[in-house]
Structure formats: structure tokens, C-alpha cells
Design a protein around this ligand. Structure first.
Ligand code: AMP
Ligand code: TRP
Length: 328
């Protein structure tokens, strides 16, 4: 059997996971699970780059772990673990900080966006991408499945790895982003020109994965649409485009087939059918999630096993990197 290529990805245990996280990340991980040797991480060290409530953070880590599994990540095909349980992430992150020009970090658009929203910008927020580079490089991941917004961080990871390899000799595998075109970016229901975001708590903005079905249907029925009546994948009409995009990713079919399906129908029908496929998708996820969270001990045991497997791989890479720069 040929070795499957290695994949690494992670999500922060903060905010409320939504259909954009599912379609842009989790669902893609699940679809491709058989093709790769997967490491899926709950990146709690990244979460603390902005202030977090400790008790809430601890709960969110468990919630996210259970959601990974509820969305279909299989422990036979993938290693699921928490970033802070594997100390190599923080350690390699430090080494890479010491190899990364500040200018590279200053250019990151996510840093600019996030720091503009903070009263006090913490050094960790700026160094966020070098920790992300450590995550990926520790596992020699060839592919990193993410949403489009993370592309710049993967490019930085490549630059940092290439710089290191050039200065110290071949050490790291250079990773590639894996970005799906369809639904790479799901927009807010209330504002279809802004990305659906985990940290926006406004009612009617997101479709939360663990949301109450009635509230979810209501939010979709109230989604902002555009003037006009045609139901087409026209980018000029972002509200309808976003709903069609969600529909396509969940129900399948080509753009032409979907446009034909909705021909002559009104926005009310479109929204009702979007709500139907969304709720049909979320129902089994929520059921499985409730089963998994009913037994905290079992979930903790799963995460402990994951950390053990991850540490074996990560510690070997860390040692090599330490030795390259003259440590250990
Ligand atoms: P975040 O919510 O920013 O922590 O992102 C977690 C994962 O979900 C990343 O891989 C993102 O690229 C992806 N993601 C977040 N928001 C969206 C969105 N609105 N549409 C598509 N993918 C998203
Ligand atoms: N920065 C990513 C996000 O906000 C999360 C993340 C951290 C990540 N480390 C990673 C994603 C490594 C992919 C690979 O979505």
C-alpha cells in the first residue's frame, strides 16, 4: 500500500461554529478523509491570542472535539487532539518566531483585521502565524485544507519553512493549501457581503451547527436578499448567491441544474428549501454530538490517545529543528 499524503488542519475553540466552518473546513476534511493521513487539531493556543474566559475556553475545547467527531471525523482514519496537549507546538513556534522577520507578520491581513478590533493588541496575536506554521510543519503535512481566508497564513508557512531549510538544511516539508472552490466562503445571512463569522453574535447572522432548528429556519427565512426576482448564481446579487451556494454544497447538483430547479420560483421558496437542506444536515450532527458529550470521560480518553499519537510525530520533528539551530 502506498503511503497516504499527510494532512493537517485545525480550528480555534472560540465562538460558535457555523455552517461556514462546516462547509469551508470540517465537511471537506470528512469527504477527503480516506485519501490522506489526517491530523485534526483543536488549536487552543491560538484561541488565547485574544482574551478568553478560562472556564469557557475549557468547555469550548470539549465542544469542538465532539463536533469534529459528530461531523464525521473518524478516529480510525484521523488523529484528533488538542494543541496544548502536545508541547512541541509552543516549542517549535518559538524557534520559528526567531526565524521570521516582523515585517512578514505585519503584512498579514487577518492580523490587521483582528488587531483593529482589540483595545490592547497582544504579542501573541502578531505571532499567531508562526505558531500556525509550527502546527503544520511538525507533522510534515503536504496539504492543509482551509477556507480561503487562511491562504495567506499557509503562504507564510511556506516562506518560513523555505527560509529555514535554506539556512539550516532540508528540515521541513513545504505544505500546500487545499481550498475548495465551491463554498470556499459562506457569507453572513444578515450581511451577504461579509464573511459568516464565529465571533459575530448578532441574531440572524450565522447558521450555528448546534443551533435550535426553529431559530435556524427563522434566520434563513429572514436572510437579506436583493431586489430582483431571478434565482441565479449572479455574483452581483450576493444575498441570493450566498443562499444558492449553501444549497449547492449541501444538496449537490451543478449551478445550471439548481437554477433550473428554482426557475419561476420566488425567494420564499428558495429560503424554505435552503432551510430544509440545512436542517437535514444538522439533525444527525446534533444527535451524535449529544451522545458524545454525554460521556465526558470517554471524550477525554479519545483526546489523550490523540495527543499521544501526535506527540510521537511532533517530537521527532521538533528535535530535528532544535538540533539544526544548535540547541540540544
Ligand atoms: P474560524 O472560524 O475563522 O476559526 O475558521 C475555522 C475554519 O473555518 C477555517 O478553515 C476557515 O477558513 C473556515 N471558515 C471560517 N469562516 C468561514 C466562512 N464564512 N466560509 C467558509 N469557510 C470558513
Ligand atoms: N488559523 C486557523 C483559523 O483561524 C486555525 C489554525 C491554526 C490552523 N493552526 C492551523 C488551520 C494549522 C490549519 C492548519 O482558521
Amino acid at each position: 500500500m502506498t503511503k497516504r499524503p499527510r494532512v493537517f488542519s485545525g480550528i480555534q475553540p472560540s465562538g460558535t461554529l457555523h455552517i461556514g466552518n462546516y462547509l469551508g473546513a470540517l465537511h471537506n476534511w470528512v469527504i477527503d478523509q480516506d485519501k490522506y493521513d489526517n491530523f485534526f487539531c483543536i488549536v487552543d493556543l491560538h484561541a488565547i491570542t485574544v482574551p478568553q474566559d478560562p472556564a469557557q475556553l475549557r468547555a469550548k475545547v470539549r465542544e469542538l472535539a465532539a463536533l469534529y467527531l459528530a461531523c464525521g471525523i473518524s478516529l480510525e482514519k484521523s488523529t484528533v487532539f488538542v494543541q496544548s496537549h502536545v508541547s512541541a507546538h509552543a516549542e517549535l513556534g518559538w524557534v520559528l518566531n526567531c526565524q521570521t522577520p516582523i515585517g512578514w507578520l505585519n503584512r498579514m491581513t487577518q492580523f490587521k483585521d483582528k488587531s483593529a478590533k482589540q483595545e490592547t493588541v497582544l504579542a501573541g496575536l502578531m505571532n499567531y502565524p508562526t505558531l500556525m506554521a509550527a502546527d503544520i510543519l511538525l507533522y510534515a503535512a503536504e496539504y492543509v485544507p482551509v477556507g480561503e481566508d487562511q491562504k495567506q497564513h499557509i503562504e507564510l508557512t511556506r516562506d518560513v519553512a523555505e527560509r529555514f531549510n535554506h539556512l539550516y538544511g532540508e528540515t521541513f516539508v513545504i505544505p500546500k493549501p487545499l481550498i475548495r472552490e465551491v463554498a470556499a466562503r459562506i457569507m453572513g445571512l444578515d450581511e451577504p457581503t461579509a464573511k459568516m463569522s464565529k465571533s459575530t453574535t448578532a441574531l440572524g447572522h450565522a447558521i450555528p451547527l448546534l443551533g435550535d432548528p426553529k431559530a435556524t429556519r427563522k434566520a434563513i427565512m429572514r436572510a437579506v436578499t436583493d431586489s430582483g426576482a431571478e434565482i441565479t448564481f449572479d455574483r452581483e446579487r450576493p444575498g441570493v448567491h450566498n443562499l444558492l451556494n449553501i444549497y449547492q454544497k449541501l444538496a449537490g447538483g451543478t449551478q445550471a441544474e439548481i437554477e433550473a430547479h428554482f426557475a419561476g420560483q420566488g425567494y420564499g421558496t428558495l429560503k424554505r428549501e435552503v432551510a430544509d437542506v440545512v436542517l437535514a444536515t444538522l439533525e444527525p450532527i446534533q444527535t451524535r454530538y449529544n451522545e458524545l458529550t454525554a460521556d465526558a470521560g470517554e471524550l477525554d480518553a479519545i483526546l489523550a490517545r490523540g495527543a499521544e499519537r501526535a506527540s510521537e510525530v511532533a517530537n521527532a520533528t521538533l528535535l530535528r529543528a532544535y538540533q539544526r539551530v544548535g540547541l540540544r
